[in-house]
Write a protein that binds this ligand. Structure first.
Ligand SMILES: Nc1ncnc2c1ncn2[C@@H]1O[C@H](COP(=O)(O)OP(=O)(O)O)[C@@H](O)[C@H]1O
Ligand SMILES: [Mg+2]
Length: 347
């Protein structure tokens, strides 16, 4: 049932304001792409255009290579799940899920039988007869997912469907999405402003910033090989040390770090994830820093250090340490990258 979805040079303006700017993005069949961006970056507008609820100013949406221009929403074979589930409160759960099958003329019995299979998939068959107006937020969203899947969509579009759920329920929904992928393998576009959610659920992440795709790639690539400082920041990266690349070596207060091939000589920032630096005894580090901040995140601690080297001005590096670190404010520590080579960006 899965299809390839492609946005080609897609723009959308509302009056003078260009909300999407030449967005090009391909989602391969059965893959899950997370569209990650801040509120107002244009995520919902892109999904609405895919679903046929809005039209682009220019550019195309293609499914399996055919242009959807002029194809009515209900004939696109795409299902959209919103942050608010929008169930019919006067119908029971199974009839909400059976609704579109009923609309296409199936008998009540057949539509309900079909719907029950999807309620089972979302672990809600026990509540089939309950009124949709009497469900918890998590249950409502499960029904909304079942209702979307019951339409056998070629592509599932999820617009921040879990953002109003508490974190435990959200984790339950993540495993449900895994079940759905294992069972039905739909093509999924997941819109989210939550980088953790994007990283857990998606095969690849496309970062949308002010209507432009800054980078699209596998989850690890976005974390460890961001194209720009903005991507690094949006993916939660805390460290970018200014310096200079010469002959493939980045030089900064952190010392000399070989970076990716293809970097031309000139000013550049060394990007290092806070999880990819170790605190060691001073002699064993490639740099030395003094601890200027300790912030507990429960199971993790962020240790902020001020690094002073022989190579240029000082810089701040933050390290993510599991548990309670064995350091105190003001202590001088050694810092060592986990990987031998680094990643540099110019802007
Ligand atoms: N119908 C509309 N008319 C005018 N502006 C709109 C309309 N829909 C969305 N926008 C604007 O487009 C921008 C992107 O909105 P949206 O796609 O909803 O972002 P997101 O889902 O990423 O939060 C926002 O600045 C919003 O105000
Ligand atoms: Mg939105």
């Amino acid at each position: 049932m899965s299809s390839r979805l492609e946005f080609r040079g897609l723009s959308r303006a509302f009056g003078q304001a260009e909300v999407l700017h030449e967005v090009s993005l391909t989602v391969e069949p059965s893959r899950c792409v997370a569209l990650l961006g801040a509120s107002g970056s244009g995520k919902s507008t892109l999904l609405r255009i895919a679903a046929g609820l809005d039209d682009p100013s220019s550019g195309q949406v293609l499914v399996d290579g055919s242009d959807l221009d002029g194809v009515p929403s209900e004939e696109r074979g795409l299902a959209l799940v919103f942050q608010k589930p929008l169930l019919f409160p006067h119908l029971n759960v199974v009839d909400n899920v059976a609704f579109s099958a009923r609309m296409t003329g199936q008998s009540r019995k057949a539509a309900r039988r079909h719907a029950m299979a999807y309620l089972e998939l979302v672990h809600l068959s026990d509540l089939a007869r309950r009124s949709a107006g009497c469900l918890s937020g998590g249950q409502e969203q499960r029904v909304a997912l079942a209702r979307a899947l019951a339409r056998n969509p070629r592509i599932l579009l999820l617009d921040e469907p879990f953002s109003s759920l508490d974190s435990r329920l959200r984790d339950d929904m993540y495993s449900l999405v895994e079940d759905i992928r294992a069972e039905l393998a739909p093509t999924i576009v997941l819109v989210t402003h939550d980088r953790r959610e994007a990283s857990i659920l998606a095969d690849s992440i496309a970062v949308l910033d002010e209507g432009r795709i800054l980078q699209h790639g596998p989850v690890a690539q976005l974390h460890y090989q961001p194209a720009t400082l903005a991507v690094n920041r949006i993916l939660g990266g805390l460290n970018a040390l200014s310096g200079r690349v010469t002959g493939g070596i980045h030089q900064s207060v952190f010392g000399r770090v070989p970076v990716q091939p293809g970097m031309v000589d000139g000013p550049a920032f060394l990007v290092m994830r806070q999880e990819a630096i170790r605190i060691v005894v001073t002699g064993e580090g490639t740099a030395v820093g003094s601890v200027t901040g300790l912030k507990s995140l429960g199971a993790h601690t962020l240790v902020r250090t001020e690094v002073t080297g022989d190579h240029g001005p000082s810089g701040t590096l933050t390290i993510d340490v599991a548990g309670e670190p064995d350091v105190t404010m003001g202590q001088v520590v050694g810092l060592k990258p986990v990987n031998d080579s680094g990643w540099a960006v110019t802007r």
